[in-house]
Design a protein around this ligand. Structure first.
Ligand code: DER
Length: 225
């Protein structure tokens, strides 16, 4: 199966975990894209759900698919988040932010009882860090933050660009991609990063995923709670 077919299968399989009456968190990215298409089909067939988007892009997809949506401030809590990831370790710790939405994704995940991570098998790693860790920063002093991370860890830290200019997140911030290679102590790194003045949020999701739905090239899809 092609990577896109795996993601499509995953998206449709994920929709089976959504039942009427739920308030769900709707993820961001190319895997979540297929979940939203499948959700739209189920809403057409009568599924009664409300979705909280994790990005403007996802909000637009929910509207396109006629899925009722609410902002995070309009709901008291979220029953289940379905979202992708860039890396998943054996303890279900994640690196997210490849799509530039990890701030809103983490806020939605923090409001949820459960989170199912949808990913093709290539995202499974024994240790986090091969995927550059996204860190969302306030543009005002981003170069100070970039230098501090790069110098402290002796790594490359690049400003994410789009069309030759800095990528701007939904909330008007820049994103630094930090090439750690391996992250031995994600908990300590998470704390250290978020205390740097000007850091808004980093892409380490260490306590949110409660299950994974993994798609394999042979067509197999495995749910692990
Ligand atoms: O930006 C994100 O956190 C996305 O969920 C990303 O991690 C997964 O995107 P993909 O499904 O397009 O690989």
């Amino acid at each position: 199966l092609s990577n896109d077919d795996i993601k499509k299968n995953l998206g449709f399989a994920a929709a089976d975990y959504v039942s009427s009456g739920m308030t769900i968190g709707a993820g961001t990215g190319t895997t979540a894209y297929w979940f939203l298409q499948a959700l739209g089909e189920k809403v057409k067939q009568g599924l009664d759900v409300v979705a909280v988007p994790t990005s403007t892009a996802t909000a637009n997809l929910l509207i396109e698919n006629n899925v009722p949506l609410k902002t995070l401030n309009e709901v008291d809590k979220i029953d289940l988040v379905l979202d992708g990831a860039d890396e998943i370790d054996p303890a279900f710790r994640l690196i997210k932010g490849g799509g530039g939405a990890h701030l809103q994704e983490k806020m939605v995940a923090a409001a949820a009882d459960r989170m199912i991570v949808l990913a093709d098998a290539s995202k499974l790693v024994s240790q986090l860090g091969r995927f550059p860790l996204p860190v969302e920063v306030v543009p005002f002093g981003y170069r100070q933050v970039q230098q501090k991370i790069a110098k402290t860890y002796g790594i490359d830290v690049t400003v994410r660009e789009k069309f030759g200019a800095p990528f701007i997140s939904d909330h008007g911030h820049y994103i630094l991609d930090c090439h750690f290679g391996t992250i031995a102590d994600p908990l300590n790194l998470h704390a250290w990063l978020n205390q740097i003045p000007g850091v808004v949020e980093n892409g380490l999701f260490l306590q949110y995923a409660t299950a994974t739905l993994i798609g394999y090239p042979d067509g197999n899809i495995i749910f692990t709670p």
